[in-house]
Design a protein around this ligand. Structure first.
Ligand code: GLU
Length: 274
């Protein structure tokens, strides 16, 4: 099995990342991907810290490292393909427009999906012909999605097309400010890296049908998926990048060894005091 660990270099890695890397490492031959499409938040020193932390943990990876900021041409060509199929449309709505349209009195409370409020479809009728528009968000028309099937932790999962349409809707696959999105980049890169098992935190499980839908449209292989539990602090709150206190580096600096830390994580997903 080829797996991947795909951190974003936007802050120090914490114990949740250590657990994610461990899951990828022990499930197969681990590849590394630096998810730095958000160039306003990614920093080279955070990327360097990722390598240091993984080395200290003893979790080696197979070269080459894939850096998403160098992959814009690959994302553009996937978007060109989807655009030529007529399954994308440009969207000019901002968050406020979407919330207003989705909460119109006749609509009831707005429904939410993996990407927040389900898009009410305001821009669906915009032109899908001619060259692919640049500098605007592009949404994936959920009417183009067929019934989906994939495996999660070895079990078959299915999602009928109607469930996708009603529960996920038309998600953004190219953001106006970045020319891609997490969903598109992950799908294009998992295929490019030959990943056959995606291991990642359960907070991303909801995004899986979007990825399987994109894989189907783009003719890419559908990997197996396994979503693991998240590491939490003593109060049950999941760790976030801003909790520097539980960073891997802070454990290292206070004398923890990688072996003890990993053993603790295997026992429980509650981050110990540093
Ligand atoms: N970059 C994501 C993160 O740091 C992981 C994405 C994925 O594994 O699909 O949480």
């Amino acid at each position: 099995m080829r797996t991947r660990f795909a951190p974003s270099p936007t802050g120090p890695l914490h114990l949740g990342h250590a657990w994610a890397a461990l899951m990828a490492h022990e499930s197969g031959e681990m590849r590394l991907r630096i998810e730095d499409i958000d160039q306003s938040r990614a920093r080279p020193d955070w990327e360097a810290a990722i390598y240091d932390d993984l080395r200290w943990l003893g979790l080696d990876w197979c070269a080459p490292v894939l850096r998403q900021s160098e992959r814009m041409a690959a994302y553009a060509s996937a978007l060109d393909r989807l655009w030529a199929m007529g399954v994308l449309y440009p969207c000019h709505c901002n968050r406020r427009d979407i919330l207003a349209a989705a909460s119109a009195p006749q609509e009831g409370a707005p429904l939410t999906g993996p990407d927040g409020v389900i898009y009410p479809g305001t821009c669906r009728d915009r032109s899908r012909t001619g060259p692919r528009p640049a500098g605007t968000a592009l949404r994936l028309d959920s009417d183009a999605i067929c019934d989906l099937i994939w495996t999660e932790a070895g079990l078959t999962k299915e999602m009928p097309a109607t469930t996708y349409r009603d529960g996920i809707g038309d998600v953004v696959v190219a953001r106006r400010d970045m020319g891609t999105s997490y969903h598109l980049a992950v799908v294009v890169d998992d295929a490019a890296q030959g990943i056959d098992l995606v291991t990642r935190g359960e907070d991303l499980a909801e995004a899986t049908p979007i990825h399987v839908a994109l894989q189907g449209l783009l003719g890419l292989p559908v990997p197996a998926f396994r979503h693991h539990d998240l590491v939490r602090d003593g109060a049950g709150k999941r760790l976030a990048k801003r909790d520097d206190a539980r960073s891997i580096a802070s454990y290292r600096e206070t004398g923890w060894t990688a072996d003890t830390l990993i053993a603790r994580l295997r026992q429980s997903r509650i981050a110990p005091e540093v």
